[in-house]
Ligand binder design. Structure first.
Ligand code: PLI
Length: 461
């Protein structure tokens, strides 16, 4: 028998409970996606076989987290679980003041209302849908200052989440530092394909903004995944733990918004963090208007306990290695089949380049939306459009036309097995083989905000 070459890794957990899946027939799936207006957000979950819509709130909690759920202190004020969560966030991330929120966008709303005035400019390393909308609703304007490579699916730049200082300086020169309340810096940039920012770039960002008196606010939704890429790719970090790297990242920022539904391994929850007392005071005042008292912020005590425990688990090196290892396994399988994907492989999913996959469709025929629907029809795999539909419209009504027209195959944490990854790769290969015959879509219903969630489409004849 041949000796193994590179040794395999395996998940650092075993399975104690399973959730049974149902697989519909192809005609049933064709009917279901038509009824859903060719929008995977409008499918019923029970009609889905493998659900890669998002990694948000879809991860499997550990036995310890479930035990924490039983330890919920459901007091209206001053729940023991809040103080536990506060301590874990302060120790793990280093931020001083914490306000829990029901999820990430709750924190974005409060942050935007606290910091942004009408006419303000918020530079950021690529937009995120809910983040930008809250900035706009508060009267601000988002300006993209990410490096050009982030918009190129084929660029192999190891840190596509980096800020381009020429772009940032141009924004400062044009508008003046006084109109910039903060730079919105995301770790593991979602819309670029889960791409990391380097520690070096972040240090330079800190030095540059400090001189001008501009804050850095951290969208830390997937900070542990970013830390993994720093550990693997950046000089000087190979021997540092994920925990140490995460803490260093946070130390170069003034505050953060967090959707704990991703990295932190819970089904619901988020928080706003700040090192400034005055920001905390204002935000603490607003949270009671939108979320709930500042010691629960829209969460049950048990949710805060699960989050406190999940944060600890998310910072384990073994966890992150297996999590990103699984994403990379799927990515390499797709590349072996010749599928055009965003490179390098990102942290939370595989992003397929729909423009390259369906080159005969124009962006107005929604290639990514189309491919996402086709993936569901082929094998019941639910994915998400991240292209022109997600990008939405500018305040003047014009469509944003993003360079990236992607379908995201998002991998929930600790949920699916390697065999599921094989099924997904085989399914996309089968769709790829008949790509020339795939027709595009037209939008027949468009909601005003975040249209990708509820828009409806029909097949072009
Ligand atoms: O979905 P929320 O409200 O808990 O979080 C909003 C949010 C903020 N920032 C980033 C980078 C996100 O990825 C994010 C939510 N992302 C979702 C739902 C996703 O499917 O990627």
């Amino acid at each position: 028998m041949e000796k193994p070459g590179k040794r395999s890794w395996a998940e650092p957990y075993k399975i104690k409970m399973v959730e049974l899946l149902k697989m519909e027939t192809r005609p049933q799936r064709i009917k279901a996606i038509k009824e859903a207006g060719y929008n995977t957000f409008l499918l019923k979950s029970e009609d889905v076989y493998i659900d890669l819509l998002t990694d948000s709130g879809t991860s499997a909690m550990s036995d310890r987290q479930w035990a924490g759920i039983m330890m919920g202190d459901e007091a209206y004020a001053g729940s023991r679980n809040f103080y536990h969560l506060e301590k874990v966030i302060q120790n793990s991330y280093g931020y001083k003041h914490i306000i829990p929120t029901h999820q990430g966008r709750g924190a974005e709303n409060i942050l935007s209302q606290t910091m942004i005035k009408k006419g303000d400019i918020i530079p950021g390393n690529m937009y995120f849908t809910t983040t930008r909308l809250h900035q706009e609703l508060a009267g601000g304007k988002f300006v993209d200052v990410i490096i050009d490579e982030a918009h190129d699916p084929n660029s192999e730049h190891p840190f596509k989440g980096n800020v381009d200082f020429n772009k940032l300086k141009a924004v400062v020169d044009k508008y003046g530092a006084k109109r910039i309340p903060y730079v919105c810096m995301a770790t593991s940039v979602n819309m670029a394909g889960g791409q990391p920012i380097s520690m070096q770039n972040l240090k330079e960002l800190r030095a540059y903004t400090s001189k001008l008196g501009i804050r850095v606010i951290h969208d830390m939704t997937r900070v542990a995944e970013n830390a993994y890429f720093i550990q693997q790719r950046e000089k000087g970090y190979a021997d540092k733990s994920i925990r140490e790297i995460v803490k260093e990242i946070c130390s170069y920022t003034d505050g953060a918004t967090m959707s704990a539904k991703k990295d932190a391994l819970v089904n619901i929850g988020g928080f706003l963090a700040t090192n400034e007392w005055s920001v905390y005071e204002e935000a603490r005042n607003l949270v009671v208007v939108y979320e709930g008292l500042h010691t629960y912020g829209g969460l049950a005590g048990r949710d805060m306990e699960a989050m406190a425990i999940g944060i600890g688990e998310s910072l384990s090196d073994d966890h992150i290695r297996a999590r990103i290892g699984q994403v990379e396994y799927l990515g390499h399988k797709m590349m072996d089949y010749g599928i055009p994907i965003v490179k390098p492989i990102g942290g939370h999913g595989i992003f397929v380049d729909a423009k390259a996959f369906l080159p005969h469709l124009t962006q107005d025929q929604f290639p990514a939306q189309t491919l996402s629907a086709e993936m569901y029809i082929d094998a019941g795999v639910r994915t998400m459009e991240r292209g022109v539909v997600s990008a939405g419209r500018k305040s003047n009504g014009e469509n944003y036309y993003p360079k990236l027209e992607l379908v995201r195959f998002t991998i929930p944490r600790r949920v699916y097995t390697q065999a599921h990854m094989d099924v997904i790769a085989e399914s996309i290969y089968s769709v790829y083989q008949k790509r020339n015959r795939i027709k595009g879509l037209k939008m027949v219903y468009e909601p005003k905000y975040l249209r990708f969630f509820q828009a409806r489409f029909e097949k072009l004849k």
